[in-house]
Design a protein around this ligand. Sequence first.
Ligand code: HEC
Ligand code: HEC
Length: 504
Amino acid sequence: MPSARLGSILLIGLGACALAGSGARATGPELPETIGWWTANSNRIFPERASYPDATGIVTVIHVGGAVETRGHPFFTAIGRNGRACITCHQPADGMSVSAESLQARWTQTHGEDAIFAASDGSNCPSQPQQFASSHSLLLTRGLFRIARPWPPHGPDGHPILPQFTIEVMHDPTGCNLDPVYGLKSTHPVVSVYRRPRPAANLKYVTSYGFAFDPKSGLPLAIDPATGLRYAGNLLADRRARTLEEQALDALRTHLARYGPLDAAQMREIIGFESHVYVAQSADWVGGSLTDAGAQGGPDALAAGKAAVLDNPRDPQWAEFASWGHDSDPRETPAQRAFRASVMRGIGIFNERTFLITDSAGLNSMNFGNPTRNTCSFCHNMTRTGMDVAPGQVDLGTTNEPFADPAPDLPLFKLTCEAKYPPHPFLGRVVYTHDPGLALTTGKCADIGRITIQDMRGLAARPPYFSNGSARTLRSIVDFYDRRYHIGFTEQDKKDLVHLLSVL
Ligand code: HEC
Ligand code: HEC
């Protein structure tokens, strides 16, 4: 993208905006920092507002409450043993996740020495020779970190759970699940699955819910005895943490290799920081500012908005863009007008185009019947983030055979449900999967391949998509749905949906 264009958009759309983490830096880190890349212990100021160019426009990150001094702050400090901090994998320029492209650039710049490539989960398996890029291929090509789940599973409270199925490794190019030290048959058996970092932002939405019960199962949401609040059930791909505190403890132990406890003040600082961060696309190269001409895009509207509950259940999803460019804006160029109209059509498709949703456990297996005719916004129903207002674990077929995209680079497991338990509702007693998802937390056959619906904001800054990185681009997400549910989108429908996703 020509830089003149960027300059003019920044000026028109954002006024005097801070590009890429300005601020004082006292002691330099050992490895080079590039614009926008944060290393642990960089002691910079985390600005109140920062904007970064991405594939289709500009992503903006705000911290409500002002700039943050990061020196010694536990989100920014390597408080474990591997030189990483939370910020290492939750990069502002990448929408508080990290894109595969940034990981490749970082690999080249640091010759693979950056702490983000740590053997434990930044390589395909710690047993691989760490100096070779091929040992980090899942991170470098799909942006995936290794998540090692205990087997048999443990519930979020640490209690072992008797699983309803056995698990065998059919094929594992990473070697990890078959490894004598790290594999399923080791002395501490674990299942290694590979997942994208979810944004550490917009968490008000991730941790809230629309109903005191789960409308799919009819059961009340469990209550956190510590706070008296209900668990929303939307954290992490497999819901293994119920609260931000449980999530942070899990991240500290696994991603930061910190084995000791964390004092309560540091825990409050971590959760306090991440709970005030909002991320969204704020300008589009073609469409212009996303906070102009009636649109209420950008992170400020997210910060101001009410969480989870639909403001008005009759409002269609993405109502914040609904009047974008409607009043004919004399400054609008023809290209802008055409782009905005395409986004509007994308919103219409998202809310109104129905298709037959079939064989998707977590949805068709619940109260809705199989098949059920509905829309994108049926599953993606939470205002402003497109998450689910109920616990949102659904098996779209992103990880389960036969619907998963071919993934010869990922492990493939064969799960066999024991005769005394109910089988998987649609796939029977034997299920082949790249990631059992929720079933790694609950041990239930019916939960195999159910993955939590993510926050949909700031997408343009953090490809690839879906928990296992199987969709390389926004277009591949739309193509997946078209194939999976035989929707029959036209080329124009697909473009319109991609344009919508690109401005979120
Ligand atoms: C090595 C990279 C890495 C580091 C370091 C890291 N994370 Fe993450 N984070 C991830 C991955 C991968 C996921 C998704 C895991 C999954 O879905 O199973 C994630 C998910 C999250 C989520 C869940 C968001 C959601 O929508 O479910 C939060 C919150 C989060 N991380 C906060 C933190 C905090 C706090 C720290 C520091 C204590 C941290 N992360 C350190 C990689 C990392
Ligand atoms: C049956 C429920 C359901 C329907 C219908 C549905 N989705 Fe999803 N969506 C999900 C689930 C579950 C995920 C997470 C899957 C994963 O990560 O493997 C998801 C993830 C996504 C993501 C996030 C990708 C990321 O990595 O952050 C986007 C974007 C998305 N869907 C768009 C759409 C669009 C567009 C439609 C309509 C064509 C649609 N969805 C219809 C359940 C649904």
